[in-house]
Design a protein around this ligand. Sequence first.
Ligand code: NAP
Ligand code: G4F
Length: 348
Amino acid sequence: MPGKIILGSIIPLNWMNIVNRVALITGISGQDGFYLTEFLSNKGYDVHGVVLLGQEANCHPQATIHHGDLSDGSNLGAILHSVQPHEVYNLGAQSHVRFSFDIPISTANVTGLGAIRMLESVREHQQQTGREVRFYQASSSEMFGRAEKSPQNEHTPFRPRSPYACAKAFAFWQTVNYREAYNLFACNGILFNHESPKRGEAFVTRKITRAATRIKLGLQERLQLGNLDAKRDWGFAGDYVEAMWLMLQHDQPDDFVIATGETHSVREFLHEVFSYLDLDWEEYVDIDPNLFRPSEIEVLCGDSSKASQSLGWKAGVSFSELARMMTDHDRQLAETEKRMLDAAQSTG
Ligand code: NAP
Ligand code: G4F
């Protein structure tokens, strides 16, 4: 590999290019924020994040924290001026689809208007300083909603089915518009569901792996779920953050679908996890009608061939590997919980 010699060692040129680069991430205390911080730090980036007060403990230790709120926006410009980032990743959102039906207005404010607040701050910063700032918007496969065509790609029309998806569609088009109107290097990653041991416990995969492992150790008896027939294209978050970065290294700003190309039902995920633990899920699961959504997306499946051809990106972790990775992690959590409970009982 070509490189420059510094103090007797060869530094690859691609590594030289990204040393001293600075990234600013909103939503850094979430699942993707954690993996993206790890990924960028390993590449030599100085990583900063916008964090709501009280969420500092959930952030990756490599990140420098700045308190801010996407629903307010008064200090977002000031954060940009002090951090001087080369890349901004807008991951902050009220990201729970079911919950967005309960709080549609604040979802629109954070998830939709939050994106335009960031875009405006970036545009102003770029105009005032003359420095290019590349912008990534965390768009979602939820925007496809009741899609007429499967698998979905960059040409599939949006048919959103939740307040969350409507807010994401607004943010998507604002990002496209800032690219076209102001020549901003702004990209949408249209990511399909991606999971990990860092996934929030209110999302179905993590809810299942937490409950199944606790059931296995006698810490929980039952698991309440909603629609088991829904199908999603589930990948691993660690793979997906690389795609975000690749989009911002591309020669042109563009929009990309990121997915595995496989779809599985919630029922299949249940089977994968419970059978890995030598349990029969049907003995433990109750259906709770309150967990169904006023409008549901029955099936999502993505075609990421554009990302594969233009960015060289491909999902690495299979459905089964993902389910097992999350189950192994949560089994350790359950074992720790059990040890603490046993110790408390034996001393008390
Ligand atoms: P997540 O775990 O829910 O993280 C969202 C982050 O946004 C959290 O750090 C949250 O802070 C922060 N946030 C919420 N309200 C905020 C506000 N008012 N101001 C600033 N930050 C705020 O979501 P994720 O799974 O990492 O996903 C990252 C992004 O990708 C989100 O925009 C999501 O909508 C989108 N997306 C996710 C998927 C997926 O399958 N994971 C797929 C497509 C798109 P708290 O920690 O305080 O809650
Ligand atoms: O895990 P979920 O809540 O994820 P959902 O709604 O697909 O949204 C996630 O992925 C989107 C990308 O497509 C992101 F944009 C979004 O931010 C989020 O990360 O639900 C998956 C499926 C749904 O069909 C739901 O109805 O699981 C079904 N489900 C069945 N029982 C349940 C439950 N979902 C949850 N959260 N809880 C249940 O008890």
